[in-house]
Design a protein around this ligand. Structure first.
Ligand code: F6P
Length: 344
């Protein structure tokens, strides 16, 4: 048996832990050979491949990014994409594919599986917004980075009596903003799920000043919307990627400007951007990635094609890939209410 593995979409810390686990489990438990396709679906379209063995994955566990490279290539936007993938798989003698990706990559996996490709899915994203699983690896690392950044911004905001707006990632869901904001003691947290107005933010800042607090930290997810600023997401570029996504960004700057205009308090903003996706994964992400990798190979061995591994509570389970698709896993009201305790 020969298993292929690929990583698609935005990278995230913990991908190498998964690749390593897939290689170890496949070779040691089942005697399978492993081949890696480079740059996500692009590797299958352009024959970018490399054999993977125990030596190749030695030392990669603490490394960020993905040794296979990644891309946002969508084979369904490429001429004859589906047929070319099937050809590449059979030409290389690959029986099974392990697809590591978020909603877009898994969406392609589902379609391919419906044409008879034998594959299993492994959900990833720092945004933690993939449905069907409680957590995706990469999220914990992004959360730690964002929390540390908030801690650092606190001391400079306090020293200068400033409002600092921190813009974090989170396209459809505010998990990073909410959890890092609560962990970092933010004074207000804005997430895509619950739009607020600039005036509500200004009120929080004003109330803090009345209480003698001359600085504030506001955490905002890039996908959040301001009710009184058109209620739409702010984009850096209208150009769409192969899955139809525009590049988000700008709400942090807008918010800081409006707060200063309306309250008179000096304001700054900081955009964490890809810093949240880079660098070494936390122990949690290495452990979860490893569990996912081993479980995905076992799932393939059992013939659980068209399914993906997931974590529910403490347990690794498997669910149809379709569960991850359609709508993002958004922040529950209960979590949002928790954050609100500290902004009133
Ligand atoms: O991986 C998801 C994500 O981190 C989103 O939060 C963000 O909008 C997007 O990736 C940015 O992706 P890119 O690497 O294409 O700029």
């Amino acid at each position: 048996m020969r298993i292929g593995v690929l990583t698609g979409g935005g990278d995230c810390p913990g991908l190498n832990a998964v690749i390593r686990a897939v290689v170890h489990r496949s070779i040691k438990a089942y005697g399978w050979s492993v081949v890696g396709f480079r740059h996500g679906w692009r590797g299958l379209l352009q024959s970018e491949v490399e054999d993977l063995d125990l030596k190749k994955v030695s030392g990669i566990l603490p490394r960020g990014g993905t040794i296979l490279g990644t891309s946002r290539t969508n084979p369904y936007q490429e001429p004859g994409g589906e047929a070319r993938i099937r050809q590449e798989l059979s030409g290389r003698g690959v029986d099974i594919l392990a697809v590591i990706g978020g909603e877009d990559t898994l969406g392609v996996a589902k379609k391919l599986h419906e044409t008879g490709v034998r594959l299993v899915g492994i959900p990833k994203t720092i945004d933690n917004d993939v449905n069907g699983t409680d957590y995706t690896f990469g999220f914990d690392t992004a959360l730690s980075i964002a929390t540390e950044a908030i801690d650092r911004l606190h001391t400079t905001a306090e020293s200068h009596d400033r409002v600092i707006v921190v813009e974090v990632m989170g396209r459809h869901a505010g998990w990073i903003a909410l959890e890092s904001g609560v962990a970092g003691g933010a004074d207000m947290i804005l997430i895509p799920e619950y739009p607020v107005s600039v005036e509500e933010v200004c009120d929080v800042v004003r109330r803090r000043h009345e209480r003698g607090k001359n600085f504030s930290i506001i955490v905002v997810a890039e996908g959040a919307r301001l009710k009184d600023e058109g209620g739409t997401v702010q984009v850096q570029s209208e150009r769409r990627d192969a899955f139809g996504h525009v590049r988000l960004g700008g709400i942090g700057a807008t918010l800081a400007e409006r707060i200063e205009e309306r309250t008179g308090f000096e304001s700054r903003y900081s955009v964490l951007g890809h810093i949240q996706r880079g660098g070494s994964p936390t122990a949690y992400d290495r452990f979860l990635g490893t569990r996912f990798g081993v479980a995905a190979v076992d799932l393939a061995k059992r013939g659980g094609f068209g399914r993906m591994v997931a974590i529910r509570g403490m347990k690794i389970v498997d669910v149809p890939i379709a569960e991850a698709l359609g709508s993002p896993k958004t922040v529950d009201r209960e979590f949002y209410e928790l954050a609100k305790v500290f902004s009133t």
